[in-house]
Design a protein around this ligand. Structure first.
Ligand SMILES: CC(C)(COP(=O)(O)OP(=O)(O)OC[C@H]1O[C@@H](n2cnc3c(N)ncnc32)[C@H](O)[C@@H]1OP(=O)(O)O)[C@@H](O)C(=O)NCCC(=O)NCCS
Length: 154
């Protein structure tokens, strides 16, 4: 069978199994310590794959396999600057997927009229901090364990 091509898709019920596999791999790798926008369990998938609000939830997929999950949240709650979250499957890291996905998420936020995106990172999450700094995020240390990053889009 021909290999499916890489694409970024909005999360839909068709991606439920792929997301379940990704969440389970993230849990097994201990990444819930870094990435906890919501629980990474089966229960959340019913809500996530049927979500219809203003926030944006995306998957980087190859067919039914989800390689990365990313989101821009905050519009539902009335914020103008969305919060970004991203996680890549442990099997396919250091291949540029997060960098490419971030460019996409920044463009999606710009299309919505956002002037910036924000995120929070644990101070010892070296991979994420290096990635975000290389992508132009400016950081403010919130407390000993967490930094808030801002990326201006204009
Ligand atoms: C952080 C994360 C999203 C990076 O995903 P990725 O697809 O491996 O990242 P990329 O391959 O696009 O890396 C782009 C750049 O980021 C930096 N980077 C990524 N992983 C790194 C690591 N482990 N150590 C140091 N720098 C790293 C490098 O500068 C890299 O460029 P290079 O490979 O040319 O040196 C991934 O490690 C992950 O999902 N971690 C767990 C969840 C998480 O922490 N999410 C962020 C919460 S704030």
């Amino acid at each position: 069978m021909e290999k499916a091509h890489l694409e970024v898709r909005q999360v839909t019920p068709a991606l439920k199994k792929g997301l379940e596999d990704l969440f389970s791999a993230l849990r097994a790798a201990g990444d819930e310590k870094w990435f906890h926008p919501h629980a990474l369990n089966i229960e959340i998938l019913e809500w996530l794959t049927h979500y219809k609000g203003k926030d944006l939830y995306y998957a980087m997929a190859e067919g039914e396999a989800v390689l990365a999950y990313g989101m821009l949240r905050g519009w539902d709650e009335g914020y103008e600057i969305p919060s970004l979250g991203i996680a890549v499957h442990p099997r396919v890291r250091r291949k540029g997927l997060a960098a490419a996905f971030l460019h996409f998420l920044h463009a999606a936020a710009r299309r919505r009229g956002a002037k910036a995106v924000r995120l929070t990172v644990d101070g010892d999450n070296v991979a994420a901090l290096t990635l975000y700094k290389n992508m132009g995020y400016q950081f403010k240390i919130e407390d000993l364990n967490r930094s808030v990053g801002m990326k201006y889009l204009e």
